[in-house]
Design a protein around this ligand. Sequence first.
Ligand code: HEC
Length: 456
Amino acid sequence: MQYPCFSSRIRGVVLALCAAMLNTTAAAQNPLAPIYVVHKDVTYARDVAPIMQQKCQTCHQPGSIAPISLLTYDDAKKYARRIRAKVSDRLMPPWHIDRTIGIQQFKDDRSLTDAQVAAIVDWVDAGTPMGDPRDLPPAITFPDPNRWQLAEKLGQPDLIIRSKPYTLAPHTQDKWYRPVVETGLKEARWVRAIEVKPVRANDRKIVHHVLAYLLQDEDGVTGLASSAHDHQSNAGLFMEWAVGKTGQIFPEDAGKLMLPNSRIRWEVHMHAIGEEFKDSQVELAVYFYPKGYVPQHRTVLRMFDVSRGSELDIPPNEKTVTQNFYVLQAPARLENFQPHMHMRGKAMSLEAIYPDGRKEVLSQVSNFQWQWHINYVYATEVAPLLPKGTTLAFTAWHDNTAANLNNPDPGQWIGWGDRTVDEMAHNWIDVTYLEQAEFDKLVAARKATLPRKVVP
Ligand code: HEC
């Protein structure tokens, strides 16, 4: 069931437009006139329970990744204050893209609408009323937390590749485990979707991130589908994973190329939490396009370094800004935005500076949370189309003061490093290079349909 009301806060008063109200006479007379009613009687059963089901419980249930269960009324009542705080600060559900800057349409957006936030806040402020239990939505059965999330859309993967097992001691320094494994692939195939995860959902507690590099001999691999490939004649990174990330399905005209006898070089960053994790493994699901299908474009996951690696220099009790710039050598479409920083990471933005000098901020995360590496995948109709010669300008902000609630020690000098107490700043973006003619065609189609100006 959808939350039936749309509401907004104006001068502290909650105004709500309820779907049910649309049948009133006034609405019938003038369907465009807004009908605002103060929404006073929010109840758990009718208004809050459906939100918990749709937006919270996959993670907030026993055996999943969140620390508290939110399956029942009693759970929600018990944690009401914390829920109100996390939801109104937009820390939960984890989705930290700035809602006032840049592109706003994403695939798999798990955030709450303004109306849903207002409903939860009002419910807590009203003293957490249960309401009429007959309004409760039927309980839902949740899928196995160990499952492939893409299975819902694509079925079981065509190929599963596992890292070698590693046992992490209860107390130890952060570990970077880098085994190389064979893919077992005997022919070239184009990849349609990829998902990475720890084999056991519970191991998400220790696996900070996973990188999977595709190792293959690219000599002689040119002109496979398009000459635009020549701008990126290497396999690049196959997939990156960190807590909060789901699988990725590439747009229909794009994919990744896997060659026979390829191998995966894993990098698994683990973080001890006081208990032993025996034989921890991560795994990769690969979904292929049908045999013989060659997508028009080859997409490559690229790491855009923002803070110029070792130049990162964050004094105690200070905030810093770093920037880096890349000029696109061919027209391109960006498929996603995924900032990566650590505990002092505060914000990151991506601005396009077009060849004619016009500028546009494409995306910004203003309240970065290092525990969450969320991949904001642009909806197909708004994924930025950028002409050759566009500069990608990345800006990263680090906050090493006590005002940053994630900061374990504002007295430390911080430099670049692999540990979560060191810093980084980069962005993982899947870049799809386009041929000029196709780019022009896509841009023309966009211009016809979009209010937002996407090209000069
Ligand atoms: C993608 C998984 C996920 C979703 C969806 C999610 N949470 Fe969480 N939540 C977590 C994890 C993991 C933590 C602990 C780490 C953190 O705080 O970031 C957490 C922490 C919390 C906490 C703090 C718990 C404590 O111990 O104090 C609250 C409250 C909370 N979530 C409420 C919610 C609510 C309400 C929703 C839905 C509107 C929601 N969460 C959706 C995963 C999730």
